[in-house]
Design a protein around this ligand. Structure first.
Ligand code: GDP
Length: 528
């Protein structure tokens, strides 16, 4: 039987890039957009990042927000595929959104700096990918510079990230001796010419590595390559599509994004191997992307920073059916039908007036604060998608009001901002403090400024000695009461009233968890 939307679903690839700052995400994004024909945007990616670095004052942030709304989803066509690249903000913009974006993708690209190996932010983002077993393709970047030995890099990835590596290309030298890569499954040699952007014209098919042509081209490095490949055949894992799709194995490519080297090879493999829109779990059943009825969930909310226009854009990932402008959909949490005429459909550069969107696509729905993170929208069936949680904050501030009469406004503002996912709010059990929690520190700047502008709240934000938080669950009510009594000073309720343990250090958390084996300490929490 023909599945509804089959072609539209199968040609879509929705992904995010996970990397540590400076590994080359921006550079790679530009090159990908270049291949996708969205050339005019390539400069914009860099410009936006420069603006971010240069200043953090409010006006600039506001402008930047305006830009970042439109570049949160970068859509391009490549071959017969429609690719949605969702931005995973890094640097100072690192926030809970960065994590949450990864709940809306079907796969990810991991960029690693060949001189640095796996770094902290990559490790954190990988943890989020693990939650849904998101398939990951790895790009080891900056081979034009001296870096770690390729085999050591693979060992580092395997050990630190607990994922099997299957190299699909192999570098020939590095730094000054970098000659190119050998594609192990296509049996093609890709030659590197320094300072020259490669677009795939320097490909040579060399199926037999004993071919003397190899010695002419690579000199003494031909023998090194032969030796490496021989070693790999014995030591490396052969690529298995199934294992990659389950998130157990990552195919690895080597290249240099800035020289546009190895990028087309990566993109070709990506569209061919990466999964299209996958089925999604709800509280009641799994939803297939091929179902005719429309469904989608909200994973990100972006507020308009212009005080004159207090609207918000909810980013909705379509999971099934087809979106048409003006269609009615049901907003299940509040039990109302909404007419979506004023949506931003993130579309390819070369197509104007697109009025439809399909599973894997992202649409931006304008609203005035009625939509929350995790909200599900469908034709009519009452569904609730799962897997769009809150993530344990790692930065905390205590809010002190300058004018105590403003406490109502403060509370209203904080609850609303918590619902948008802009910050997390905790109320300690034994004090009347307001404690804010965030994954990235810049989130606090946004909150301070929005509380002031939108709610007229002037407050002080004090640093507070917490390292992390965990949501508490315990089936044994008696044990839970005992735990609460003994740990009162470290317990708080979040904005939705869930019991949370605020830990002063990871060590402390580990210690308490060990003492209370019946209590579960969750790192994420699903929205109600
Ligand atoms: P991001 O922070 O991950 O977005 O990283 P960028 O794309 O901004 O790159 C960080 C720095 O690394 C910049 O100075 C880039 O020019 C540089 N860079 C990116 N790719 C390469 C590469 O392949 N080789 C070298 N040598 N430098 C690179």
């Amino acid at each position: 039987m023909q599945k509804y939307n089959q072609q539209e679903v199968d040609c879509r690839r929705t992904f995010g890039i996970i990397s540590h700052p400076d590994a080359g995400k921006t550079t790679l994004t530009e090159k990908l957009l270049l291949f996708g024909g969205a050339i005019q945007m390539a400069g914009a990616v860099k410009a936006r990042k420069a603006a971010r670095h240069a200043t953090s004052d409010w006006m600039a942030m506001e402008q930047e927000r305006g830009i970042s709304v439109t570049s949160s989803v970068m859509k391009f066509n490549y071959r017969d595929y429609e690719v949605n690249l969702l931005d995973t903000p890094g640097h100072q913009d690192f926030s809970e959104d960065t994590y949450r974006v990864l709940t809306a993708v079907d796969s990810a690209l991991m960029v690693i700096d060949s001189a640095k190996g796996v770094e902290t932010q990559t490790r954190k983002l990988m943890e989020v990918c693990r939650m849904r077993n998101t398939p990951i393709i790895t790009f080891i970047n900056k081979l034009d510079r001296e870096g770690l030995e390729p085999l050591d890099l693979l060992a580092d990835i395997e050990e630190t990230l607990q994922v099997e590596c299957a190299p699909l290309s192999w570098p020939i030298g590095m730094g000054k001796r970098f000659k190119g890569t050998y594609n192990l499954y296509r049996k093609e040699l890709l030659l590197f010419s320094p300072g020259k952007e490669t677009r795939g014209s320097d490909l040579l098919r060399i199926t037999d590595l004993s071919d003397p042509q190899l010695d002419q081209l690579l000199g003494s490095q031909a023998e090194e390559l032969r030796h490496d490949i021989e070693l790999l055949e014995g030591a490396a894992n052969p690529f298995e599509l199934e294992e990659y799709l389950k998130g157990n194995q990552t195919p690895v490519f080597f290249g240099s994004a800035i020289n546009n080297f190895g990028v087309r090879e990566l993109l070709d493999a990506f569209v061919e191997l990466a999964p299209g829109p996958s089925a999604r779990q709800t509280t009641t059943r799994e939803v297939s992307p091929y179902e005719e009825a429309f469904s989608g969930f909200v994973f990100k909310i972006q507020a308009n920073m212009d005080p004159m226009h207090r609207d918000r854009i909810a980013f909705m990932r379509i999971c099934s059916g087809k979106f048409t402008r003006g269609m009615k959909m049901r907003h299940h949490r509040i039990g109302k039908d909404i007419n979506v005429s004023n949506a931003t459909i993130f579309m390819a550069q070369d197509r104007s007036n697109v009025e439809e969107a399909y599973p894997g696509d992202i649409i931006g729905v304008h609203n005035h604060g009625t939509i929350k993170i995790g909200d599900t929208f469908t034709d009519k069936e009452p569904l609730k998608f799962t897997g769009i949680p809150s993530f344990a904050p790692e930065h905390f501030r205590r809010v002190r009001l300058k004018n105590p009469l403003k406490v109502k406004q403060l509370e209203k503002g904080l609850v609303q901002l918590a619902e948008e996912g802009a910050v997390q709010l905790f109320r300690p059990l034994i004090s009347s403090d307001y404690i804010l929690g965030a994954v990235g520190v810049l989130q606090f700047d946004v909150i301070v400024s929005r509380l002031k502008n939108e709610y007229g709240v002037d407050a002080l934000y004090e640093g507070i000695e917490y390292a992390t938080a965990r949501w508490i669950e315990c089936a044994d009510k008696k044990k839970l009461a005992e735990f609460e009594k003994k740990n009162q000073g470290s317990l708080a309720l979040d904005a939705e009233g869930n019991l949370t343990y605020l830990a002063s250090s990871d060590w402390r958390l580990g210690h308490v968890a060990e003492q209370w084996p019946e209590v579960k300490f969750h790192k994420t929490r699903e929205h109600n």
